[in-house]
Design a protein around this ligand. Structure first.
Ligand code: NAD
Length: 483
């Protein structure tokens, strides 16, 4: 008998309390040696004026227990409330989101009888940094931040996961044909790190065709690794095509803490009706048992659940007259799973959680050798709405203002397209001008300040600057369309 283990649980909002109770009843009936420390999160906490949705004191429980089973919560509409999921992931460094996606054909209706993939999504970076600014009346920007260590960690995690669970292939999804620096870094690291795993096949797809393949030929995919936003989107597509988003569990894993939950939300439309399907949270709990080093309990619970699905005992969301045998509510489903504890499914493949090799999910990353960084220019973003937005007027003006300086105007783009010199009249122009100034000799930040001061004196409204660097002589910025 394993030692008792404390975990933190939160019952959440909407259907949260119903599916959490069902899940804990099943875990208890299976004899799992768990003690539940409850914390309160979500709507009630938000409405007490705590914009993060979690009390400060709850972090202590999470940091002490290191394992969090979380029911879905409702984020109140309106401004000011921060996503609790994003806060939890970032605060506790839960960098990997892991979503195993399987179909349960022929017991749950799907167009794709064979799906068995795991989507591993980077959880902390990308556009989820939430750094957004309105720069001009017409233009708003969001910053996409991709880091070398952040990408390396998730890509290593994906290969280690594949190795440990005997999976054959890792597919990377990016849009590096367009975002050559951010997505280009992710893809480059995928190729480099993949070299260290010669027994695992690897391929890369552009996210658009990759999403189409997930929707149309999901059986060809095994482990998928991708950035935060793409992962958010494709994992819901993948979950939906198995027949229901209500079935899948997900883990958010970091070096010291891990959080387990259902993929779906708090379903306020059916809250309190007692009809919610607890399967998503239960499958999240199964992942938690594996994480806790309790694969026997994980197998017991998962097999009982598979058996219940196979028996056609279905909640309303997956009930299908041609396939299902008995329509049950949350309680009926829970009782059926409990009575199946100790059974194995007959048609569906039974659960296997044996790790085949010792994974090294959190290797210390080697520090990167510092490269020689050289300032070679600056992109100055200007809010300008004069002279019918004629690019030659702003171009000639900026040229004159910088002609005697060490950093001089090279070209201007509007929404990324070159409009000066030699732009086309057909190109649409907003009030937001990216003006690229390049150095004619060695320069430093003081020369940038001198340039900005000259532009200010000449009457230009600078809304942002972005320095242009080379690293060991390699260009660290994208060229403009037409540059
Ligand atoms: P949702 O996933 O809650 O519901 C979508 C649809 O699926 C609804 O018709 C719902 O009844 C149904 N459904 C979902 N889970 C079900 C289950 N277990 N059994 C039966 N039917 C189920 O998505 P939504 O309606 O877009 O969001 C509702 C709330 O949930 C929002 O406040 C949202 O912010 C929140 N949310 C929370 C999480 C989380 O806590 N991890 C995730 C997503 C959404």
């Amino acid at each position: 008998m394993a030692d008792k283990r404390n975990i933190t649980v939160a019952f959440g909002d909407g259907i949260g309390p119903e599916i959490m109770q069902a899940t804990l009843d099943i875990l208890d009936a299976a004899g799992t040696p768990l003690i539940y420390d409850q914390i309160e999160i979500g709507e009630k906490v938000y409405l007490r004026g705590i914009t993060s949705g979690i009390e400060e004191s709850s972090w202590d429980s999470l940091r002490r227990n290191k394992v969090f089973l979380k029911a879905p919560i409702t984020t109140p509409q309106g401004g000011g409330y921060k996503s609790l999921n994003v806060t939890t992931r970032k605060t506790l460094g839960l960098f990997a989101n892991v979503r195993p996606i399987r179909s349960f054909y022929p017991f749950i209706k799907t167009h794709h009888p064979i799906i068995d993939m795991v989507i591993i999504r980077e959880n902390e970076e990308d556009l989820y940094a939430g750094i957004e600014h309105q720069q001009t009346q017409e233009v708003v920007q969001a910053l996409k931040l991709i880091s070398h260590p952040g990408s390396e960690r998730i890509i290593r995690y994906a290969f280690e996961y594949a190795k440990a669970y005997g999976r054959k292939k890792v597919t990377c999804l990016t849009k590096d044909n367009i975002m050559k620096h951010t997505d280009g870094l992710f893809h480059k690291l995928f190729d480099q790190i993949g070299e260290e795993y010669p027994n695992i096949k690897r391929d890369h797809m552009i996210i658009d065709i990759g999403s189409a393949i997930i929707a149309d030929k999901p059986g060809t995919l095994d482990v998928v690794v991708t950035e935060n936003l793409y992962g958010d989107i494709v994992s819901d597509i993948a979950a939906q095509i198995t027949g229901s988003v209500g079935l899948g569990g997900s883990s958010n894993v970091g070096k010291s803490v891990a959080m387990f939950e259902a993929i779906h939300g708090s379903a306020p439309d059916i809250a309190g009706d007692g009809i919610a399907n607890p399967s998503g949270l239960l499958n999240g709990a199964v992942m938690m048992l594996v994480h806790l080093g309790m694969p026997d309990y994980a197998r017991k619970v998962r097999n009982a659940w598979l058996k219940t699905i196979e028996q056609g005992i279905h909640t309303r969301d997956i009930y299908n007259e041609e396939i299902s045998k008995r329509l049950v509510n949350t309680k009926g489903f829970t009782d059926a799973v409990i009575s199946n504890l100790g059974e194995v499914p007959l048609t569906l493949a039974p659960a296997r959680f044996e790790v085949q090799t010792e994974p090294n999910f959190f290797p210390e990353l080697a520090p990167l050798p510092r490269k020689k960084k050289e300032l070679v220019g600056v992109d100055v973003f200007i809010d300008w709405d004069k002279n019918d937005r004629n690019p030659d007027v702003i171009g000639d003006g900026l040229k004159a203002a910088s002609s005697s300086l060490k950093i001089q105007l090279k070209m201007i783009t509007n929404r990324g397209v070159k409009v000066y010199p030699d732009g086309l009249p057909e190109t649409y122009k907003t009030d937001h001008w990216r003006c690229r100034f390049t150095a004619t000799e060695a320069v430093n930040n003081e020369d940038v300040v001198t340039l900005l001061s000259a532009l200010h004196t000449a009457g230009y409204d600078v809304v942002k600057t972005e320095n242009l660097y080379t690293f060991d002589g390699e260009r660290g910025y994208s060229l403009a369309q037409g540059e």
